[in-house]
Design a binder for this molecule. Structure first.
Ligand code: SAM
Length: 113
């Protein structure tokens, strides 16, 4: 099932992430399934509320030769200043965020110009 769904999702991931530019924050990075689809030399910071995901994301990034900054964090309360990123990404995350509107406002805050 995972194999079939990822085969469908990879086209969505490729299309979505082709728009990512500049300093990128990925919230709910998980195991880093989006990493292969970012533009070359993307400047990516990934956060996840579950710190056990981070070593898996780190491993995937290393395999792909990506220098990704990874840290524990909650999309509802980001530790980054206003306007500190150019792109915010979150895929398959908000279904499990208790206050998704708060999370979306946080993403807006850190990319708003
Ligand atoms: C279904 S996975 C999706 C992972 C990845 N974004 C993807 O597309 O494959 C959801 C991820 O969101 C993370 N997550 C859930 N609530 C979060 C929150 N409030 N802040 C940050 N990450 C969260 C989970 O720990 C999990 O790694």
């Amino acid at each position: 099932m995972e194999f079939f769904s990822e085969n469908v999702f990879k086209n969505w991931r490729r299309k979505l992430l082709s728009h990512a530019k500049g300093k990128i924050l990925e919230a709910g990075v998980g195991t880093g399934k989006n990493f292969p689809y970012y533009p070359a030399n993307a400047d990516i910071t990934g956060i996840d509320i579950a710190d056990k995901m981070l070593p898996l994301a780190e491993k995937r990034a290393a395999k792909l030769g990506l220098a990704v900054k990874l840290m524990e964090g909650d999309v509802q309360s980001l530790s980054f200043p206003d306007n500190s990123f150019d792109t915010a990404v979150a895929t398959f995350v908000f279904c499990s965020v208790p206050d998704p509107v708060l999370g979306l406002k946080e993403l807006k805050r850190i990319v708003e110009t």
